[in-house]
Design a protein around this ligand. Structure first.
Ligand code: GRF
Length: 195
């Protein structure tokens, strides 16, 4: 692995977690470099944010490919070119297939807005809110073939206080995400450097 850990951030949407990680790197809290932002949504806000930060992007439209294997092969080539060490999924709305998983197994992590294994899949905050739970939270986990199933690395609870709306809960969850993700990435980097 190169001295400065190289990250690729994968995102399909707003990219607030990308921003939090990028800021933490700039401020010296994470000893890494974002080498590439990968997005499957050509119109995603995260792409403009990456460009403003001067970070290269790899943007693709899955509709233009015959299969997941074909576009994942292109992604792997882009990752190898940039010598990426870690793949950071941050709102990447697709399951990762074997083509990407095999070369990066144990080096792909995801953030999910619930205390897994509760509330897997889409709109986890809404699922928790509708279920009326009093505690939910954020999970960071290794990625495997399943949806939100890989080994858990870190979790933090968020309490659902009386009178909270769903947007209130989303706000509280994102606040936790934006601290927990950079901290966890730095912990993984520290562990990797000791190995
Ligand atoms: C986050 O809530 C994350 O937990 C989930 O997708 C959302 C991405 O948000 N996987 P953003 O694009 O980083 O703002």
């Amino acid at each position: 692995m190169s001295a400065l850990n190289k990250l690729a951030v994968f995102a399909s949407g707003t990219g607030s977690n990308f921003e939090a990680i990028e800021k933490a790197i700039r401020e010296g809290q994470v000893n890494a470099e974002i080498a590439l932002v990968v997005s499957d949504k050509p119109e995603a806000k995260v792409i403009d944010k990456a460009k403003s930060a001067g970070i290269p992007t790899f943007v693709f439209d899955p509709k233009g490919y015959s299969s997941k294997q074909v576009f994942e092969q292109e992604i792997v080539e882009a990752l190898h070119k940039e010598k990426v060490d870690w793949i950071i999924l941050a709102g990447y709305m697709r399951l990762v297939g074997d083509t990407l998983l095999t070369p990066y197994e144990g080096r792909i992590i995801n953030i999910h807005p619930s205390l897994l294994p509760a509330f897997k899949g889409l709109d986890a905050v809404g699922q928790a809110f509708d279920a009326g739970v009093k505690v939910t939270g954020v999970t960071i986990h290794f990625v495997d073939k399943g949806m939100d199933t890989g080994r858990i690395i870190a979790q933090e609870a968020v309490y659902v206080k009386d009178g909270m709306s769903k947007p209130d809960l989303e706000y509280e969850i994102q606040k936790v995400e934006h601290l927990l993700y950079p901290n966890t990435i730095q912990q993984l980097i520290n562990r990797g450097n000791q190995a």
